[in-house]
Design a protein around this ligand. Sequence first.
Ligand SMILES: [Zn+2]
Length: 139
Amino acid sequence: MAETHEYKRPVPKMRGFAAEFYAYCKQHELRFQRCADCRTWRHVPRDMCAKCGSFAWEWAQSSGKGTLFSWTTAMQPMLPQFADLVPYSPVVVELEEGVRMLSWLTDVEDADLQLDLPLEVVFDDVTPEVTLPKFRRAG
Ligand SMILES: [Zn+2]
């Protein structure tokens, strides 16, 4: 699964909230911000709760379960490092907690994509430093 030392695609810049988010991924934990006051989950990370205005929050652990909310199929690579994948389909997954995230599916062909497909997170250790959360069909 991991393409250790051979991974040629761009990886996230590890700074700020992203560094914290991916540090949990490296431990194979999917965590999102949750407001400490009104308990609303949020993603992408930001300082303030959009619902109640609180600046108090925690990294709360997600169940890792969700459904396919949307996708697009790229017929042209955005970057040369993705040329060997074309066509490929980045997806938006809606987690049980209500947040949505952009990700990849590991085991679903483009022809089998369908809205609300049940999914669960898997962790792909693409380099010794970086683990990407991806999704597969939920058992
Ligand atoms: Zn709140």
